[in-house]
Design a protein around this ligand. Structure first.
Ligand SMILES: O=C1O[C@H](COP(=O)(O)O)[C@@H](O)[C@H](O)[C@H]1O
Length: 272
């Protein structure tokens, strides 16, 4: 079941990032209560990394058992492991290096130190996701488990930033990645935003998540947010494509919301 998005608008980007951090901490605690562990897919970008800093600074952060959180990424730049452009490196500096996480649960996509091409790194990431799904399937003895493991583990929350061009993860307008229907991960070679080589989860993979949270701030994103919420075609407006199976949340600031038609703000308001 996929449901209509919900929109929650915050006064500015600082309040927004603090609010997303509080939601994320609460969500991870709730999921751990239910499943014993939780899985989050992180995003790069200004709000994504700012949110991780806000989590690290939150007095509620120790409420989560960080040793039982699985971390994946929605996309990564295909550059050397130590490159400052790596989303994983930024996440580590903002959050992961400050928490008692289990290194075995940090599933960073491979870098250009490990593979010659983004396609090989994408295949490696897809294989690791599939193996995590198989391990989860083997460990889950509940009656309602499917007979066969899927190609992805349970994704409790996927965080996604949005670029001014409406890209999400590294799925850019009109490119092959956003059109992908079969694979869970793709290599990207011609990203219009540097660096050009990346790997990205695809829309079919993202849309297996229970919850997708679109996290966006700034006037420069307002057009993309307005088009996405108005129901544009994801091929032209990738941000229109992500949908959680139980919830799709747009967590945005007033500047990013400034071009969303008022009737849509009312229609999608949290609690409406
Ligand atoms: O390149 C990327 O950009 C987007 C958005 O970044 P922002 O700085 O404009 O907020 C990000 O979501 C994605 O993960 C990243 O690789």
């Amino acid at each position: 079941m996929s449901v209509d998005p919900r929109v929650s608008i915050h006064p500015d980007s600082s309040v927004l990032m603090a609010a997303i951090a509080a939601r994320l901490i609460t969500k991870l605690v709730d999921v751990q209560d239910k499943h014993g562990e939780a899985t989050v897919v992180l995003t790069g970008g200004t709000v994504g990394i700012g949110t991780l800093k806000a989590v690290a600074d939150s007095p509620a952060a120790p409420a989560v058992d960080w040793s039982k959180v699985n971390f994946w990424w929605g996309d990564e730049r295909f550059v050397p492991a130590e490159d400052a452009d790596r989303n994983t490196r930024q996440a580590s500096e903002a959050l992961l290096s400050h928490l008692p996480v289990d290194p075995e649960r940090i599933h960073a996509p491979a870098s250009s130190d490990d593979f010659a091409t983004p396609e090989e790194a994408a295949e490696d990431y897809a294989r690791r996701l599939r193996e995590a799904a198989q391990a989860e399937h083997a460990a889950d003895m509940s009656d309602d488990r499917p007979d066969q493991p899927g190609v992805l583990p349970r994704l409790d929350v996927v965080l996604l930033g949005v670029g001014p061009d409406a890209h999400v993860a590294s799925l850019f307008p009109e490119q092959g990645g956003i059109r992908e229907k079969e694979r869970t991960v793709v290599g990207v070679r011609n990203s219009p935003k540097p660096p050009p080589q990346r790997i990205s989860l695809t829309l079919p993979a993202i849309n297996t998540a229970a919850e997708v949270w679109m996290v966006v701030a700034g006037e420069d994103k307002a057009g993309a947010v307005g088009l996405a919420l108005a129901g544009a075609n994801p091929v032209q407006v990738p941000a229109a494509g992500p949908r959680g199976t139980s919830r799709t949340l747009w967590l945005i600031d007033e500047n990013a919301a400034s071009r969303v038609p008022q009737q849509l703000v009312r229609k999608y308001a949290a609690g409406a």
